[in-house]
Ligand binder design. Sequence first.
Ligand code: ADP
Ligand code: MG
Length: 323
Amino acid sequence: MRVLVALGGNAMTAPDGRARPEDQQRAIGVAMEAVADLVAVGHDVVLTHGNGPQVGNLLVKNEMAAATVPPVPLDWCGAQTQGTIGFTMVGALEAALRDRGLSRPVAAVVTRTRVDGDDPGFSRPTKPVGRHLSAQDARPLVAHGQVWQDRGERGWRRVVASPEPREILDAHTVVTLLAAGYLVVAAGGGGIPVVLDEDGRARGVEAVIDKDLTAALLARTVGADVLLVATDVENAIVGYGTPDPRPLGRIRVAELESLARAGHFASGSMGPKVEAALRFARAGGRSVITSLERIVPAVQGGAGTVVEPDEPDERSGRGPEPG
Ligand code: ADP
Ligand code: MG
């Protein structure tokens, strides 16, 4: 089976959230062991990953060094983190495969994701990025054209657009590498957000794309059988944080939709994972939300929250062609 694995922030930082280079290398090393186990049982794997803490760090550098070196835009931050995380993943996955006596080539693709220039996120940005600042420190950045919000006690925080991912522009590269036998890391951080100009030229924009929503799109684009959202909890939970939590196992789209509508999945965390799982399952695929440690049994259907289409697709388990 072809499995699209989306790795969350915890797969790239220390358990306490720290993101020093050694924290990231260690966490990615652990994650790539799990991915190599998936390859060892015969699956074809495409990887994608988040980049929130890494972009946050770059934004702090931007702010602190602004008087000395020019700040770089958010699309560059996305490209830079795809580079460093992709580089680290490729090395760690190669080593984990070698330890298992497997020889598969591995590559990371700098990947652009097309968004709509008129996405409502650009006029009403909602996604908080970077650190909190005092009103006084935020003022010059607001004068620079950035949108900052007063978030009470913790101070001010920048908000940016989080547009809908429309198309993986480098899909052909990814598919060509897969056909040549590569394990591919692609669309990290949701992909570098770009809009197409009238002449078809791709132009980077100041936005961040939700990595789980892009993962669902990438899974369809590469014809994955399974979308596996790997995070730090073994299941999506109904009644999360209440005295009566109920972990979800196997579930159909319609039932999960109604739980989502009832507000069981927090918008900044589990919400987009459930939404991504629903999108891929509506398109005919199987989605799984689970912890990194459980990805091998989860792909066989023995762990995690497994989301299945309402009408089982008799032809094959594979999602439809993108369109
Ligand atoms: P990642 O960084 O791996 O992408 P997030 O931290 O954004 O993942 O989301 C996973 C977190 O979502 C869990 O650690 C948990 O704290 C939180 N969460 C919120 N609502 C739920 C829920 N209904 N079920 C399970 N986890 C939930
Ligand atoms: Mg997290």
